[in-house]
Design a binder for this molecule. Sequence first.
Ligand SMILES: CC(C)(COP(=O)(O)OP(=O)(O)OC[C@H]1O[C@@H](n2cnc3c(N)ncnc32)[C@H](O)[C@@H]1OP(=O)(O)O)[C@@H](O)C(=O)NCCC(=O)NCCS
Length: 148
Amino acid sequence: MEIREMKLADVFTVAELESGIFSDAWSVSACRGAIDNKNIFPFVACDEPGGKIIGYAFLMGAADEAEILRIAVAKEYRRMGVADALMEKMIRYGSDDGYCFFYLEVRAGNEPAVSLYQKWGFNPAGQRFDYYKNPPEDALIMEMALEE
Ligand SMILES: CC(C)(COP(=O)(O)OP(=O)(O)OC[C@H]1O[C@@H](n2cnc3c(N)ncnc32)[C@H](O)[C@@H]1OP(=O)(O)O)[C@@H](O)C(=O)NCCC(=O)NCCS
């Protein structure tokens, strides 16, 4: 497996994965906008160096805080450590860039994602009621501070 920065040419594959995974999928132009945004750091996971994209993640930084906007893995490649590798990359990249506080929002009932975030040291910090649509669901806010 290889984790690398997302390139413009990757947006079609990433948007196609998005549409199969999320009900509020990011379009090609939304993915392109994220790549063009200097505060957003997007990564892809490939099955081998230079190979097929099997997962991706978007991290957004501001001041000393970084938000995990998105992380997803193609269904047939789940439970193989791909998300772990993306989390490791984002947290290392963020910490190298001076971000010491990480946070995110996740559907409260998304057990795989909540478990992933807990594994990486994120703790529940609040809830937004009825935050998501299609289907309606609360958002759980999770955060993690890197130790000095
Ligand atoms: C959440 C998601 C990214 C996990 O990806 P993955 O590559 O399968 O995860 P990994 O194999 O790296 O597993 C890492 C950890 O995640 C958790 N996890 C992953 N899948 C899980 C599942 N089905 N049930 C419970 N925990 C799970 C575990 O803590 C796991 O650690 P462990 O293997 O030591 O138990 C993947 O299920 C996914 O793409 N879901 C749809 C998109 C999504 O909901 N993204 C999050 C919101 S943006």
